[in-house]
Design a protein around this ligand. Structure first.
Ligand code: GSH
Length: 207
């Protein structure tokens, strides 16, 4: 089996790399030149993901992009690791709920604030958009905070792939000071536990 993973350092691709290591799947990592995705050396990458974004995978000719779809696919390849519910529809629905919540309520607002801070051309940036994103993020993080007060992992007692996605986002939030131990003790405790995992690619927690 060949599994080629198109990735770039600390980015959304790092949660896929983390999961691959948790699942003990062997893979070949291809470092993509994102500044020039259409360069000839990136030909296979663009065929796999015409959007030119990482992560993307080529698994024996099966092409897939979008990190959440990739994480769910990889988790289903190794059911013995129980990283995604595959049998119980209610367990799966709750997993999907938190995966969608992470993407649409947390990631979208973190990303929006980032593009309005430095990624967009200056004339398109908006302080109001940053404030609105923070406001909407804050409402969502409170929901997660309350949930994690009584749950070890977001789906219950066991680690799932969705926890890796959330760790990526909470780590991002803590770097932008949108997450801190004083205001978000349960999210911070959860993040610390996930960052301490052997295969986590992000900075190790301070003791
Ligand atoms: N929704 C996509 C987002 C992918 C994405 O935006 N990836 C960034 C890196 S974190 C990228 O490749 N950016 C390059 C670009 O936009 O040209 C996913 O989760 O896979």
């Amino acid at each position: 089996m060949t599994l080629r993973v198109f990735e770039k350092g600390p980015s959304r691709s790092s949660r896929v790399i983390w999961l691959l290591n948790e699942l003990q799947l062997s893979f070949e990592a291809i470092d993509v030149d994102l500044r020039n995705p259409k360069s000839p050396q990136n030909e296979e990458f663009i065929e796999v993901n015409p959007l030119g974004k990482v992560p993307a995978i080529n698994h024996n000719g099966f092409y897939l992009f979008e990190s959440v779809a990739i994480m769910n696919y990889l988790s289903a390849l190794k059911p013995e690791f129980k990283m995604i519910p595959l049998e119980n529809p209610q367990e799966r629905a709750l997993y999907d709920q938190w995966m969608m919540f992470a993407t649409t309520e947390l990631e979208e607002n973190l990303w929006n604030a980032q593009i309005h801070s430095w990624l967009l051309p200056e004339e398109l940036r908006s302080e109001t958009a940053i404030k609105a994103s923070h406001f909407r993020y804050d409402q969502s993080i409170q929901i997660l905070e309350k949930h994690l007060a009584t749950h070890d992992y977001v789906c219950g007692a066991e680690l799932k792939a969705v926890d890796l996605s959330l760790a990526y986002l909470l780590n991002w939030a803590s770097q932008t000071h949108w997450l801190n131990a004083e205001n978000h003790p349960y999210c911070s405790r959860y993040l610390k536990k996930l960052l301490a995992r052997e295969h986590c690619p992000y900075g190790k927690p301070q003791s």
